[in-house]
Design a protein around this ligand. Structure first.
Ligand code: ADP
Ligand code: MG
Ligand code: ZN
Length: 450
């Protein structure tokens, strides 16, 4: 029998705000346990939450970038459940009136474009973290993360393969990075997803029974977990069995999904409107103000790279697939104004080692790459040698001039050494502002719990 795979993603993006969603505590990662806490995020009786305006503004930004309709009036609800990392006994979230609903995102897989529905986006607070001791039978609780603002973005079950799911995830990751509302760090969990997957006989309309996968902290693990689960469910169904609805954890060491310890609780969260928080009104003026301040997004930037810099569509698409990569590309061009050569080198040499999402981990700075390409331009070294030098730069982080000098890689045979160009190659590279006149603020908006 032929099966069709159905996937829907629930993505949690941690907001890049200085303070938490309902109190003034810092959201900085990695502080000593329980130092970023106060009566509000500790859930002390009698303390009252005060909404951080920036979280709403980030929700508006996301809605504008993904075509979600903004609910002019929305409100917070209490989601009641017990867990030791949740001191109040409820999570403040949104339920029947989220900040935004009914959006869409276009993805592309193997040259095929496809539109994926976004069901909703809502604001909520994160819970704390349990730390388990391996040696003693003890568990500890760290409440620093309690009250960290999140946007949860839920997709329609429109994805039909692990590849589509990862493409959608990357697209959304790109958007929150472009909007600068989330740092996108999957390792630290500030951008994470739960993946719901089911299979159904081809042609059947009714959805099959799904499992929900958690604990994938990279794009690759999302892909692997979904591939594994797709295979596992197919085997169960081909065997005449049925899939049991469950939450499963991806185990990256064993390369398989595993049942979570403990019983699957029935989902009865007894949601009700939070009486401590007034409904949120978002008026046209606020939306217009946010719209006017939106940074240039991937699509616009791609068009600009094509129109102003003459880059082909596919190259412009890759370069703008992550904001960090597009920024890096423009910084190189600011020091060495040859977009074609810069994009070529990035596409062939740099992206072989670093994915567009990880470009900030690359030890080579934009200035260093520009200096290397200028050495080729001035024929101090050949294009072939440049690739060797670049590999060295990636490994050591050293300047190209130093590597070329130390390894004696200067091209001796041609006119380079006698041409007037060679003298100029010793001059420092002058940085000039990016060709775009458009201001794209990167800094944090100053926050106040208002
Ligand atoms: P819950 O809140 O219990 O997790 P939802 O109905 O809100 O459940 O769905 C969560 C996610 O699961 C959504 O992204 C949705 O598209 C997806 N989903 C729901 N049913 C299925 C299914 N049968 N197969 C795959 N994905 C599904
Ligand atoms: Mg769920
Ligand atoms: Zn606090």
């Amino acid at each position: 029998m032929e099966f069709e795979t159905v996937i829907g993603l629930e993505i949690h993006a941690q907001m890049k705000t200085k303070s938490k969603i309902f109190c003034g505590c810092s959201t900085t990662f990695g502080a000593p346990p329980n130092t970023h806490t106060c009566p509000v995020c500790l859930g002390m009786p009698g303390s009252l939450p005060v909404l951080n305006r920036q979280v709403v503004e980030n929700g508006i930004k996301l809605a504008l970038a993904t075509g979600l309709a903004i609910n002019r009036e929305n409100r917070f609800a209490r989601k009641n459940y017990f867990y030791p990392d949740l001191p109040k006994g409820y999570q403040i979230s949104q339920f029947e009136l989220p900040i935004a609903e009914h959006g869409r995102l276009e993805i592309e897989v193997a040259g095929q474009k496809k539109t994926i529905g976004i069901t909703r986006a809502h604001m909520e607070e994160d819970a704390g973290k349990l730390v388990h001791d391996d040696l003693e039978p003890n568990s500890y609780v760290d409440l620093n993360r309690t009250g960290t603002p999140l946007l949860e973005i839920v997709s329609e079950p429109d994805l039909r393969s692990p590849e589509e799911a990862v493409a959608y995830l990357k697209k959304l990751h790109g958007i929150v990075r472009y909007l600068d509302i989330c740092d996108g760090n999957m390792q630290e969990g500030s951008f994470r997803c739960d993946a719901n997957i089911s299979l159904r006989p081809k042609g059947q309309e009714e959805l099959g029974t799904r499992t929900e996968l958690k604990n994938m902290n990279s794009f690759r693990n999302v892909q692997l977990a979904l591939e594994y689960e797709e295979r596992r469910q197919r085997d169960v169904l081909l065997d005449g069995g049925s899939v049991t609805q469950a939450t499963l954890l991806w185990n990256p060491d064993a390369n398989r999904t595993e049942a979570m310890r403990g019983k699957e609780e029935a989902h009865d969260y007894r949601y009700f409107p939070d009486p401590d928080l007034v409904p949120i009104h978002i008026d046209e003026e606020w939306i217009e103000r946010v719209q006017a301040g939106l940074p240039e997004l991937a699509g616009e930037r791609q068009q600009r790279f094509m129109a102003d810099l003459g880059l082909p569509e596919d190259v412009a698409a890759i370069l703008t697939s992550s904001r960090d990569l597009a920024d890096f590309f423009e910084q190189v061009c600011a020091a060495y104004d040859n977009p074609k050569k810069v994009s070529n080198f990035i596409a062939t040499e740099l992206l072989r080692e670093y994915s567009p999402e990880q470009i900030n981990a690359c030890p080579v700075s934009a200035q260093q790459l520009a200096a290397l390409l200028q050495m080729v331009e001035k024929k101090t070294i050949s294009g072939k040698i440049a690739k060797t030098v670049f590999a060295d730069m990636l490994a050591s982080g050293d300047d190209p001039e130093k590597i070329v000098k130390e390894k004696g890689l200067v091209q001796m045979s041609d006119e380079a050494n006698s041409s007037p160009l060679s003298a100029r190659s010793l001059q420092p590279i002058q940085s000039r502002p990016s060709s775009s006149g458009r201001a794209r603020p990167r800094s944090w908006v100053s926050l106040s719990a208002s």
